[in-house]
Design a protein around this ligand. Structure first.
Ligand code: BES
Ligand code: MN
Ligand code: ZN
Length: 495
């Protein structure tokens, strides 16, 4: 999809569809009023007819409005002006995009920037308009045979900027929205691909392709022999039961000065999680193809950063493997030695994410990071604690956590902090090794983070548990592309 950012006159705008807001009761926006007078009061007559009074969720598509250049006008209700907030704005965007996808319009011009929002400027509205249109336009149909019939028609969206002085910033916001959108698409594609296609080797191939497409991006892929040399006994214990060889992928984006410390992102890349010998129950096990969404978000974020050519250094590290049961698979009670030298008693082979992350987190030290953020579909307990609205964040450096919370609020990709208190560490005690890989039933998300915290003492670190946010189940089953927006916004905020 193509986006255009301009200051336009609605009555003269040639377009298949103008998107105009109506607030309660029956109050046209600035652009709506311009159209109304150009059309000789046509719009106010419609409002008086009572078919739309501006309530949130209402919409009305008008054809052949007299006196204007556009083919259609879509009136969208946006509720009471003083009740308008970020969530409402995004709800409106969602209903507009559904509405547009149901028409044959191939281009549209959005005047949603007329909506006034506390503490949000035109750029914010432009970015979200682009991002949501992009997001709703996503289709994953490459594995279906009859796809050409369902193509969505909208191809170009023009965004109105009421004040010319905001144009430059608004254009930049649209660029950012598109870059984030593309990054999310990539993350969603990788997540949605089934595990027989999206293997560790496939992820490595994708990373290589990405590095080829961007000059400032370098890739490095370690195989199991390299990992053995580095003594990554924990990571290798997870891949032991799989016929697909594990990989450790590093993507290095060098946009900043050579000496600038990088932000390091570490993403869990379990391409399928059966649980291993601690086998999972069968119901909905197919969704464990999404267990590499952390990895996908790292790849998507690096794509966004490279597309925007940001002047900053970012490293993505992706430990990737399957978790399978097999004659050679790790057994409950097995003890392994991690790259850090610490020993781990594996009491449950289904707590495999932390086992691959811990070695990747030790490996991250070599990049002398400014901070490390790991992203993982780590615990079912996270969904129990927080549901599917925010991701969980925990870490060892409060300013980093606060920055992530702020970035998440800014781009509507929210995170909520859970406490990483010392008291929880006791749950990881093992009679036979330095630690166990599980901490019992209580506070599963926190004890998982406690485990990781033992491998992140040398740098500022935050952990994102995206078990509830990375994909949707049920009728709209599919990858969400989260937390690419959050991570990209965080990086933008560090410039
Ligand atoms: N990938 C899962 C976590 C998960 C489960 C995410 C369901 C989303 C939905 C992870 O590897 C796992 O199996 N975790 C276990 C940990 C437990 C054995 C301590 C879990 O959450 O049950
Ligand atoms: Mn598991
Ligand atoms: Zn898992």
């Amino acid at each position: 999809m193509e986006f255009n950012v301009k200051t336009t006159t609605p009555e003269k705008q040639r377009s298949a569809c103008l998107i105009i807001t109506v607030s309660q009761k029956r109050k046209l926006s600035r652009s709506g009023e311009l159209l109304d007078s150009a059309s000789g009061g046509f719009l106010s007559k419609i409002l008086r007819s009572g078919d739309i009074d501006g309530r949130l969720g209402q919409s009305l598509m008008l054809h052949n409005v007299p006196g204007i250049q556009a083919d259609r006008v879509l009136l969208v209700g946006c509720g009471k002006a003083r009740e308008m907030n970020d969530r409402t704005f995004i709800k409106i965007l969602n209903s507009v995009s559904t509405e547009l996808n149901d028409t044959a319009a191939i281009d549209a011009c959005s005047y949603l920037t007329d909506i006034s929002l506390k503490e949000r400027d035109t750029s914010w509205k432009v970015l979200h308009n682009v991002l949501l249109m992009w997001h709703s336009h996503y289709q994953f149909d490459r594995l279906k045979s009859d796809r050409p019939n369902h193509k969505k028609s909208l191809r170009k969206l023009t965004l109105n900027v009421p004040d010319r002085r905001d144009l430059a910033k608004a254009r930049q916001a649209a660029e950012q929205g598109m870059a984030i959108g593309k990054g999310m698409d990539l993350a969603r594609d990788l997540g949605n691909l089934p595990a027989n296609i999206c293997t560790p080797a496939y992820l490595a191939k994708q990373a290589r392709q990405l590095a080829k497409a961007h000059k400032k991006l370098r890739v490095d892929v370690l195989d199991e022999a390299d990992m053995r040399e580095l003594k990554m006994g924990s990571l290798l214990s997870v891949s032991a039961g799989s016929r697909e060889p594990a990989k450790l992928i590093t993507l290095q984006y060098n946009g900043g000065k050579a000496k600038q410390k990088p932000i390091v992102l570490v993403g869990k890349g379990v391409t399928f999680d059966t649980g291993g010998i601690s086998l999972k129950p069968g119901a909905a096990m197919d969704e464990m193809k999404f267990d590499m969404c952390g990895a996908a978000s790292v790849i998507g974020t690096l794509n966004a950063v490279a597309t925007m050519q940001l002047p900053i250094n970012v490293v993505g590290i992706i430990p990737t493997t399957e978790n399978m049961p097999d004659g050679l698979a790790t057994k409950p009670g097995d003890i392994v030695t991690s790259m850090s030298g610490q020993t781990i008693e594996i009491l449950n082979t289904d707590a495999e994410g932390r086992l691959i992350l811990c070695d990747a987190l030790t490996y991250a030290e070599k990049y002398n990071p400014r901070c490390v953020i790991d992203i993982a579909t780590l615990t079912g307990a996270c969904i129990v604690a927080l549901g599917k609205i925010p991701s969980a964040v925990l870490g060892n450096h409060q300013p980093l956590i606060d920055d992530l919370i702020r970035s998440g609020n800014q781009i509507e990709d929210k995170v909520w902090e859970l406490p990483l208190w010392e008291e929880y560490q006791d749950q990881l005690k093992s009679n036979f090794a330095d630690m166990a890989n599980i901490g019992g039933r209580d506070a599963g998300t926190i004890t998982a983070a406690c485990f990781l915290s033992r491998f992140t003492k040398k740098y500022k670190w935050a952990h994102l548990d995206i078990a509830g946010t990375a994909w949707k189940s049920g009728e709209d089953k599919g990858s969400t592309g989260r937390p690419v927006p959050l991570l990209t916004q965080y990086i933008l905020n560090q410039l």
